[in-house]
Design a protein around this ligand. Structure first.
Ligand code: NAD
Length: 429
């Protein structure tokens, strides 16, 4: 099943199970606009190449389309379709006034020189210019794109509020670096509190030691959780007593190239296990923070955790999700758990538009409040309607999207256009 088929299945299943208005599901199964272009690039050696690029605008009832741009050889129409639909849901779950979009270029950026990457980005921006803008569609970094690429887009377009994820000096927000990892832990803490479970002394395993995994680990430890297993793309490191200084590990990993070298450099006594062992160690909380579809029908039965905090996008396959639900393992879904990043992206957009500069404390305090508010609503829907947290998060998002359906006639507030030909209320059509 490709990602878009996967996304469609989830929307249909949740729609049926939670009795959502079928016309809303129909809307969410379609995209508002597909922009597909071939980007010509003169390489440094004079050779001419063309790269396929996409921007999918899924739904903008709640506000401008919002979502990242990824540069990767596997970027395809179906991948971008799924990712843009998930952004519509995620932005509604965390209640930022954005719709959903996503885009990308099918390219391996590691094969391009920096000037080639900049020319390609600027060419993409020129193609997108009429479709993007602070009030239309606001791209952001994703896989293999970063603040520098966002700066080129803002410069080519001529307005910094057209993108988020910029460096602080270029108009980025304080707190964005920590936002996704910290946001996930704020959500986890809210779930634990609702279940009257103290975080102190719980154990956790985190797959992925990048931006999201490291900040999640840091905040878990501050909340008394013992982070006993960590992994990167090569190995899992395990310490029954828990790792303590995450930022020292980050520095040592940057210096030595891997987590196993980092623990050696710091003289930390721990076991080195294979890369996938992080998923199956016995812990209270498992947080996949690396790749998609790492828990599948094959290994879902081996998971030995009570809570899964989905920090990565789509780390469970739908089959794994069913198996874990049958085993009463609580899954805090990606559209909730990793929405801290887009929440602070909204704060960046807001600050750019209002010429404000927030402190990190202000941004993170607001983020914590926003994550907790969404968790409370998701838990309440899950409890009332006997749904999993993923299903409840989708229901919350769908209710919020439905409530934002544009009104097509100010006189009667009807929302039937463009389909209605004969408005039953005031004959406006
Ligand atoms: P990153 O590139 O900073 O880190 C990814 C980490 O995963 C790296 O340390 C890499 O070594 C590790 N990794 C790769 N393959 C692995 C494997 N097989 N086993 C274990 N680790 C492996 O990326 P990130 O920004 O931390 O993002 C992580 C995930 O979170 C991605 O799925 C991303 O889409 C998702 N996400 C990120 C953000 C954000 O704000 N950064 C927001 C929402 C979702």
């Amino acid at each position: 099943m490709n990602p878009w088929q996967n996304a469609q299945q989830t929307l249909k299943q949740v729609g049926e199970k939670a009795n959502i208005d079928p016309s809303l599901i129909e809307t969410l199964l379609k995209h508002d606009r597909k922009i597909e272009v071939g980007l010509p690039l003169i390489m440094d050696n004079g050779e001419k190449k063309t790269f396929k690029a996409y921007r999918l605008q899924h739904n903008n009832w709640r506000g401008p389309y919002k979502g990242g741009l990824r540069y990767h050889p596997q970027v395809s129409e179906d991948e971008v379709k799924a990712l843009s639909a998930w952004m519509t849901i995620k932005n509604a779950v965390i209640d930022v006034p954005f719709g959903g979009g996503k885009g990308g270029i099918s390219v391996d950026p590691k094969t391009l020189s920096k000037p080639e990457l900049e020319r390609l980005t600027r060419a993409f921006t020129r193609e997108l210019a009429e479709h993007i803008g602070p009030d239309k569609d606001v791209p952001a970094p994703d896989v293999n794109t970063n603040g520098e690429i966002m700066k080129w887009i803002a410069d080519e377009y001529g307005d910094k509020a057209v993108v988020t994820g910029k460096a602080i000096a270029d108009g980025g927000s304080e707190g964005r670096t920590e936002a996704t990892g910290y946001g996930g832990v704020y959500a986890l803490m809210a779930v634990l509190e609702a279940k009257k479970i103290s975080s102190v002394g719980l154990t956790a395993a985190i797959q992925g030691f990048g931006n999201v995994g490291t900040y999640a680990a840091e905040l878990m430890i501050k909340n008394g959780i013992k982070v006993v297993a960590l992994s990167d793309s090569r190995n899992t490191i395990y310490s029954a007593g828990g790792f303590t200084d995450i930022m020292a590990l980050v520095e040592a990993k940057a210096k030595t190239g891997s987590l196993t070298n980092a623990v050696k450099e710091l003289g930390i006594d721990c076991e080195v296990k294979s890369v996938d062992d992080v998923l199956t160690v016995k812990v209270d909380i498992l947080a996949p923070a690396a790749l998609e579809m790492v828990v599948t029908a094959e290994n879902a039965g081996l998971i030995d955790a009570k809570i899964i905090l989905e920090l990565a996008n789509g780390p469970l396959t739908p089959e794994a999700d069913d198996i874990l639900a049958d085993r009463d393992i609580v899954v805090i879904p990606d559209v909730l758990a990793n929405s801290g990043g887009v929440a602070v992206s909204y704060y960046e957009w807001y600050q750019n538009r209002h010429d404000e500069k927030w402190t990190k404390e202000r941004a993170l305090e607001k983020l914590e409040g926003q994550m907790r508010a969404s968790v409370t609503e998701v838990l309440s829907i899950a409890g009332e309607s006997k749904l999993t947290l993923r299903e409840a998060a989708y229901v919350l998002a769908m209710r919020r999207i439905a409530a934002a359906k544009p009104v097509c006639c100010e006189d009667c507030n009807c929302t039937n256009c463009p389909d209605c030909q004969n408005c039953p209320d005031c004959n406006c059509c």
